[in-house]
Ligand binder design. Structure first.
Ligand code: PLP
Length: 382
C-alpha cells in the first residue's frame, strides 16, 4: 500500500526539477571560484539558483547568501555582528514560539529576551512595544513568518514597523512560509529573510540568508576564509545542493497560488474528518490566519507518542510538533507558550501537506484515525 506522507513541514519530498538539476550539476567539475570554463559553468549554476531564491522572496540576487541550511542562516543573522543604519543592535528580542534554532540566541546568548504570544501563538505586539520603549540602543527582532508546529502566521509587518521606528532591525524566519504563501521584503518589512531548501522540495543541507539592503554590514562573518558569498560565508559552495534549491524555489513559486488553494482544500477536508471522527478535538490556531498546509490537533485520550507509531504502522507519516534528532517526542515549547495544558499538549499531532499530497492521502489518514480511535475504545461519530 502506498504511504501517505503528511510531514512536509519536517521535510518536503524532493521535487522532480530539483532532482534533475542536481543530477545535471554533478557533471560540473569546476569550482565556482575558478576562472576557467569549468569554473564558470559551476558558477553559472550557483548564480541561476541565486536568482531563483531572490525571486521567491522579492529580493535582489546579489543579496542572497547561501548557507548549509536555515539553522546556519539563523546563526549568522543572530551572530550580533550586523550593523544597520543606526549601528549594531545590542539586544535580541524573540517571540516565544520561534524555532529552537533561533531561541538558541547565538551571539546574544543568555541575554536574548523572549516575548510572549497569545493563545493562538501570535506575538503580543503590546509586549513588543513595551520592550522597545525601554530600549537605549537599536534592537534586533527575530520573528517567524509562520510557525512550524501550528502553521499560525505572525504579523511581521506590524512588528517591523515598530522595530524600525525604534531604529532596530528585523530578521524574519520565513522557512515555513516561503514558497507556500507570498512572503517578500515588501510584505514583511524585514531586513533579513531566512529560507530553507528542504522545506520547499529542494535537497536538505542548503538554505539562505537574504538581505534587504546592501548597506547592511557584518563585522566578522561566522565562517571566514576564501571570501565566497561576498565574504559573508566562506567555503566552496555546495553546487549541486544550491542548484537543486534554486530549481525547487522556481517550481514552488510557479505553482504557489494554485497549490495554496488546493492544499487548503485538502487540509480543510482532513480537519473535517478529525471533527467527524473525534468531535471535540482541538485544532490549534484554527481561529487565526494559518498556512494552508498545516493542521496541528489533539484528541482527548490519544497520546502523541503511541498515535505516531500507530499512524506509521498504518502507512501515514505524521509528526508531533517539531521534528527532533533523537526521534523522541518532547514537550512542545510552542504549545506551552500558547498556554496549552501539558495534558492536551501530550496529545498534539501535526499533519503537514505539500506538493505530493493527494485526496488519497487524506482518505488514508481518515481510515487510520478511525481504526486507532476504535482500538483505544474512543467513541467516534459515524
Ligand atoms: N526555522 C523553522 C521555522 C523551521 O521549521 C526549521 C526546520 O525545521 C528551521 C528554521 C531550521 O531549518 P534547517 O533544517 O534548514 O536548518
Amino acid at each position: 500500500m502506498p504511504r501517505a506522507y503528511l510531514d512536509h513541514n519536517a521535510t518536503a519530498p524532493l521535487r522532480g526539477p530539483a532532482r534533475a538539476k542536481m543530477l545535471d550539476s554533478l557533471h560540473a567539475t569546476g569550482n565556482p571560484s575558478s576562472v576557467h570554463a569549468e569554473g564558470r559553468a559551476a558558477r553559472a549554476l550557483v548564480e541561476v539558483a541565486r536568482e531563483n531564491v531572490a525571486a521567491l522572496v522579492g529580493g535582489r540576487a546579489r543579496n542572497v547568501i547561501f548557507t548549509s541550511g536555515a539553522t546556519e542562516a539563523l546563526a549568522l543573522a543572530l551572530s550580533g555582528r550586523w550593523r544597520g543604519p543606526r549601528g549594531a543592535p545590542a539586544r535580541l528580542l524573540l517571540s516565544a514560539t520561534e524555532h529552537v534554532a533561533a531561541l538558541e540566541g547565538h551571539g546574544f546568548g543568555e541575554s536574548a529576551e523572549i516575548l510572549p504570544v497569545d493563545a493562538n501563538g501570535v506575538l503580543d505586539l503590546a509586549a513588543l512595544h513595551a520592550a522597545l520603549a525601554g530600549s537605549q540602543g537599536p534592537v534586533l527582532l527575530c520573528q517567524q513568518a509562520a510557525n512550524n508546529e501550528t502553521g499560525v502566521l505572525q504579523k511581521v509587518a506590524a512588528a517591523a514597523e515598530k522595530v524600525h521606528a525604534a531604529g532596530g532591525l528585523v530578521v524574519c524566519d520565513a522557512v515555513q512560509a516561503a514558497g507556500r504563501i507570498p512572503y517578500t521584503f515588501e510584505t514583511t518589512g524585514a531586513d533579513m529573510l531566512i529560507v530553507s531548501s528542504h522545506k520547499l522540495g529542494g535537497p536538505q543541507g542548503a538554505g539562505a540568508l537574504v538581505l534587504r539592503e546592501v548597506s547592511l554590514t557584518c563585522d566578522r562573518p561566522l565562517i571566514r576564509g576564501g571570501g565566497q558569498e561576498r565574504g559573508f560565508r566562506a567555503g566552496t559552495e555546495n553546487v549541486a545542493a544550491i542548484a537543486g534549491f534554486g530549481a525547487a524555489a522556481e517550481e514552488a513559486l510557479a505553482h504557489r497560488e494554485e497549490e495554496a488553494e488546493r492544499l487548503a482544500g485538502l487540509r480543510d477536508k482532513l480537519e473535517a474528518e478529525i471533527a467527524r471522527l473525534a468531535p471535540g478535538a482541538k485544532i490549534f490556531g484554527a481561529g487565526v490566519p494559518r498556512l494552508p498546509n498545516t493542521c496541528a490537533f489533539a484528541i482527548s485520550g490519544l497520546a502523541a507518542e503511541t498515535a505516531l507509531m500507530a499512524f506509521d504502522l498504518a502507512g501515514v507519516a505524521l509528526s508531533s510538533g517539531s521534528a527532533c534528532s533523537s526521534g523522541k517526542v518532547r514537550r512542545s515549547h510552542v504549545l506551552a507558550a500558547m498556554g496549552v495544558s501539558d495534558d492536551v499538549a501530550r496529545g498534539a499531532l501535526r499533519a503537514s501537506l505539500g506538493w505530493t499530497t493527494t485526496e488519497a492521502d487524506v482518505a488514508a489518514f481518515s481510515t487510520a484515525l478511525a481504526e486507532i480511535l476504535a482500538r483505544i475504545g474512543r467513541k467516534t461519530a459515524v
